[in-house]
Design a protein. Sequence first.
Length: 270
Amino acid sequence: MDDRSKGRLTKDGIRIYEAEDFAGMHRAGELAAHILDEIAPMVVPGATTGAINEAINRMVDEAGATSATIGYKGYQHASCISVNHVVCHGIPGDKRLKDGDILNVDVTVVVDGWYGDTSRMYVAGKLSRKAERLIQVTHDALFKGIEAVKPGNTFGDIGHAIQTFVESQRMSVVRDFCGHGLGRVFHAPPNVLHYGRPGTGAVLEPGMFFTIEPMVNIGRPETKVLADEWTAVTRDKSLSAQFEHSVGVTETGAEIFTLSPAGKFHPTWG
């Protein structure tokens, strides 16, 4: 969708949206988050990722919204579902979840032209202590990044906050994938790196909309993309986790568009 009529562009090519545009982002973000709330009971041993994706597709249709991922660069699913050592862009299919599997489900919907993009972690069955710690560190890393969102800070400050926290927990931040600007388009400047140096990168201004979506590995940060040209996995086959929120910069900090309506953003909510 053409985004050129909305707001202005900074010298870094980042769009600054108007105050009234926050409402549209909240509507899109709330639907995406609601869908992720609704699928939580489906994540059980024996379930297929394909069945979970079908439920997501149905809920998008029933809401009168559009899936941003169906047809995007040839992708044909309403979600990405990444299990265990899959870092991101896992393709839903017939493989059945096993007890102890962890998975990230990533959904982007379009509501009245606005894009709502979010992902969170789930566990099928019993959560191992190792996976539980990875999930907690990744969850907390996202919120360390969000805490750094305020006018006058830089995107390097966001990445630095995430990287230093993750590495202090003896885990690693994936470098090969990043967050992105969004609004009335799916992907736009800036690239939101989850590592970096304080004070570097573009300066944050009120009206910027973007995702923060750190991917954290128990092992090394390197990834590789499989032959399907979508699925990214850890090179050392270590477990990986990811959480994602869409946020807008306000005069005082960050407004999260994709908060869970049911308070289920963390997989141990129950």
